[in-house]
Design a protein around this ligand. Structure first.
Ligand SMILES: Cc1ncc(COP(=O)(O)O)c(C=O)c1O
Length: 396
């Protein structure tokens, strides 16, 4: 029976709020969506930079974080960058994306995925996402390409626009790995380069392989809200040593190594991760397994709490994959989409910071006229997804 305080609230609002409260307890002040945890060697390593004067664009911590990231992700090479967007921009260039090309990507993503492609002079081409993983849907892409594209001389061409479709960017939404095998098969059939936007999925794996290993090149983000942070930062991952060398060259102003001369052999970018930020990251990666373990525990507690709440599902890792549960996610049933704002308001009013998914890319003014497939699942998901507090410290 509803209590006096429940009068005027809907069943779904009560159910979601009760589930979140049962995991997190009552909140006196706002519980953030995702807080950084800087309680290990962060201060010592940053102080070391200050003490030695190595605070800027080169230094031992930059080399160390590149080594540690490659080892953690089981990938051949990691190149640290100023942020994840810069990493994605360079990934597009490394994939051979050229001005005028189109690049397939989800409409359900953060704006950086589309912006990075625009920086390379190319055009985002939006495709639909799956209900199960929130990642791009391989069969929807296949159907869309059959209706829109053809292979001409080994090149995938959009019959409508005449542009070359060069690549597919797969984004692992909130840390849940997309269906990489199926997506890699689509890329193979249509001669597309696979790029992984793994900004949100450090610590997630697909069929035993860390995300970022299937794409030719991949991007990570260490923004303050991610599973580990460098303040701001990112990295490019690749198993190809030639691409790794080129990534380092392009992100460090394309300077030809010399003891004193400043010679740059192409237009490069100052996308370097400062040593100061890398120092923070070296301390974070030491504690990453522990932070991931606690995030998993929190997700398990949410999963149990939502098991009996009708009309909503807690998003769990896809079969065969392991998610870092970067942002815990609930998805309202389609019949409850009109309750989306009501549930968001109830959670935020109760001090549980909660957010909807991003405005879909094709709904943003600068990307409204881009080519796209049928986006009905992404549209539906955007009206039903809610992220709830996910910091590792909330596990206990
Ligand atoms: C999916 C996705 N791609 C790219 C980025 C860009 O990363 P950054 O903020 O480090 O530039 C982010 C996160 O911010 C992201 O969530």
């Amino acid at each position: 029976m509803a209590s006096v305080s429940d009068i005027g609230t809907t069943a779904i609002e009560q159910g979601v709020l009760a589930a979140v409260r049962s995991v997190l307890g009552p909140a006196e002040s706002m519980i953030p969506l995702h807080e950084p945890e800087l309680t290990g060697n962060e201060a010592a390593y940053v102080k070391d930079c200050i003490d030695t004067g190595w605070v800027s664009s080169v230094g031992a911590y930059v080399d160390r974080i590149e080594h540690d990231l490659a080892a953690f992700a089981g990938v051949g090479h990691a190149v640290a960058t100023a942020n994840g967007t810069a990493a994605l921009h360079i990934c597009a260039i490394l994939a051979g994306v050229e001005p005028g090309d189109e690049v397939l990507m989800p409409t359900l993503t953060f704006v950086a995925t589309a912006n990075a492609v625009s920086y390379a002079g190319a055009v985002p081409h939006f495709v639909d996402s799956e209900e199960a993983t929130l990642g791009v849907d391989a069969s929807a892409i296949e159907n869309h390409l059959r209706g829109t594209a053809e292979i001409q001389g080994g090149v995938c061409v959009n019959r409508g626009t005449g542009a070359r479709i060069r690549a597919l960017i797969v984004m692992h939404a909130f840390g849940h790995p997309a269906d990489l095998d199926a997506l890699a098969a689509v890329c193979e059939r249509w001669n597309l380069i696979l790029i992984e936007d793994a900004a949100e999925s450090l610590g997630s794996s697909y069929h035993g392989r860390h995300t970022g290993n299937v794409g030719k090149v991949s991007a990570l983000s260490f923004n303050g809200n991610k599973v580990m942070t460098t303040g701001g930062g990112g990295a490019i991952l690749t198993n190809d040593p030639v691409l790794a060398r080129r990534a380092k060259h392009l992100t460090t102003t394309a300077r030809v190594p010399h003891r004193w001369n400043f010679v740059h052999d192409e237009i490069g970018y100052n996308y370097r991760l400062p040593n100061l930020n890398a120092a923070l990251g070296c301390a974070q990666i030491e504690r990453l397994p522990d932070m991931l373990a606690r995030k998993r525990r929190l997700a398990e507690r949410y999963d149990a709490a939502f098991a009996d709440v009708p009309d909503v599902r807690f998003l769990v890792e896809p079969a065969g994959s392991r998610s870092n549960y970067w942002l815990n996610t609930v998805v309202l049933d389609a019949a409850q989409a009109d309750q989306h704002d009501v549930v968001l308001a109830a959670l935020n009013d109760a001090n549980y910071m909660s957010r909807p998914v991003w405005t879909l890319m094709h709904r943003l003014p600068m990307y409204a006229n881009c080519p796209r497939g049928d986006l009905r699942t992404a549209e539906s998901l955007a009206s039903r997804v809610i992220n709830i507090p996910s910091s590792p410290k909330l596990a206990d």
